[in-house]
Ligand binder design. Structure first.
Ligand code: FCB
Length: 483
């Protein structure tokens, strides 16, 4: 019988994802202290329309309703993050401080509700809401943040195991480091490239130390790491390959540099125990990398049980020769601080074709390419798509429904791309759709809607979008509908 190319493996894990600051609200309840996102969003001019996460989706109070929605949709797994400032609200760079049981109780109740609904929880330990007290002492540019993170990770793992068996140490350290400390468009909003590279290392160290701490505390736990890797390619089709390390010029050099800063500076130390020499060389004018201490790479080198990939959009790059205005693809002011350190001669041309409401080009090939690259470079490591989805300007129609065919199309194309990778042998175990609910989209506030469930921010009413119904059918049947 011919293979049904639209069919997923039987045990494929179908889920959806959210993050604490984006949905919880209740920022001053349950003993929680401020995070860097509270400070940042309350700083005028940092977030669109002055939006904050103070209320967000009010999920802290409505989590039972939200779990019921997931159960109705038939989801098998839910990836959410734990807000560190709820767990150890008095943390300082020197000591974790007392554990706040009220904070843990919220997540225990959420986990119990999920388990009762037959939904497997997957917990992200850090999705960007760093306790403000740690930022005040240097944040991720400071080594002790990584040490405290590992202690906090073990506390959470001990408290939520065995009901939770998958713990994701970090979500997208690329964003934490470069958007937080170089371009400053994310909290804490610093613009200091040397600090951003120190943050890269301390985030890698945080992953390594936390992995060891979780494994020591709960030997049965599965530890994961979620990276937003980029499929970097040039207009002539050149994509990254290790050959670019040897000879690269022009557009090929642009591909190598961006790949280094986005992919290899995280993958190489965690998976292979070394930093990419070309990245260290390119950035030597910014920092001497002395924050990497003897023995650190052994600590960082903790291969996760599961590698999580977040993929939204491709990354088109080319060498910028200065003869025309520099392009930034997403329309950002090219003269503003860049997240791309030591890449002043790289530009990001707009990729032709369709774009989402974020201005992100739609090209599912990158999903397949990245999954296959991970499979080739790290055979045996399980892969998971921990985020994928799209923002569109959805509205509730007169018929009370939310018709979002563009999102359905996006999801269909990207799930087909995951299937392509699976058929080519990549061990992709599951897929988490970003996002369950419309939510606080960082510096864009509530202006961008990623949910398969619409949220009316005035009433907190939830409306399952057409895409949510579509996804429920895919989950139930385990296959993509044929066109
Ligand atoms: C990812 C983040 C997630 C959400 C999506 C759209 O970078 O992990 O919180 O903002 O993008």
């Amino acid at each position: 019988m011919a293979q049904n190319t639209r069919q997923f493996p039987e045990d494929f894990l179908w889920g959806s994802a959210t993050a604490s600051y984006q949905i919880e609200g209740a920022v001053a309840e349950g003993g929680r202290t401020p995070s860097i996102w509270d400070t940042f969003s309350h700083t005028p001019g940092k977030v669109a329309n002055g939006d904050t996460g103070d209320v967000a989706d009010d999920h802290y109070h409505r989590f039972r309703e939200d779990v019921a929605i997931m159960r109705d949709l038939g989801l098998r797994s839910y990836r959410f993050s734990v807000a560190w400032p709820r767990i150890t609200p008095q943390v300082t760079p020197d000591a974790l401080g007392p554990v706040n049981d009220e904070g843990l109780d919220f997540y225990r109740a959420l986990v119990a509700e999920l388990v009762a609904a037959g939904i497997e929880p997957a917990v992200t330990l850090y999705h960007w809401d760093l306790p403000q007290a740690l930022e005040d002492a240097g944040g991720w540019a400071e080594r002790r943040t990584a040490e405290r993170f590992a202690e906090y990770a073990a506390v959470v793992a001990r408290a939520l195991s065995p009901q939770v068996d998958t713990f994701i140490t970090l979500n997208e350290p690329w964003c934490s480091a470069y958007l937080g400390y170089a371009s400053g468009v994310h909290a804490p909003g610093r613009q200091d490239p040397a600090s951003a590279l120190a943050a890269v290392h301390h985030l890698n160290l945080a992953h390594g130390l936390a992995t060891s701490a979780i494994r020591a505390a709960v030997p049965s736990a599965r530890v994961a790491l979620t990276l937003n890797l980029a499929w970097v390619h040039a207009p002539d089709g050149t994509a990254y390959s290790d050959e670019l390390l040897a000879s690269s010029e022009g557009d090929r050099d642009a591909v190598r540099r961006i790949d280094g800063l986005q992919n290899r500076v995280f993958l190489d130390p965690v998976m292979s125990g070394r930093y990419p020499a070309d990245v260290q060389h390119d950035t030597a004018g910014v920092t001497d990398w002395s924050f990497v201490r003897d023995g650190d790479l052994e600590l960082v080198h903790q291969v996760p049980d599961v590698l999580g990939l977040n993929y939204y959009s491709p990354t088109l790059v080319r060498r910028w020769d200065g003869s025309s205005p520099r392009q930034t693809a997403d329309g950002h002011d090219a003269s503003a601080a860049s997240p791309w350190i030591a890449c002043d001669d790289v530009e990001f041309p707009e990729q032709p074709g369709q774009h989402t409401d974020m201005g992100w080009a739609i090209d599912p090939r990158g999903m397949t390419e990245l999954l296959l690259r991970l499979h080739r470079d790290y055979p045996g490591v399980e892969l998971m798509v921990t985020e994928n989805g799209a923002a569109f300007p959805d509205q509730v129609s007169d018929d009370g429904a939310v018709h979002d065919p563009a999102r359905i199309d996006y999801l269909d194309q990207h799930l087909a791309a995951v299937l392509d990778a699976i058929h080519a042998g990549a061990p992709v175990r599951g897929y988490y759709l970003w996002s369950l609910l419309d939510n606080f989209e960082w510096s864009f506030g509530y202006s961008k809607r990623f949910g398969v469930v619409h949220v009316d921010y005035d009433t907190q009413a939830r409306t399952i979008k057409d895409s949510g119904r579509w996804y429920a059918k895919v989950v139930a049947s385990g296959e993509l509908p044929t066109a």
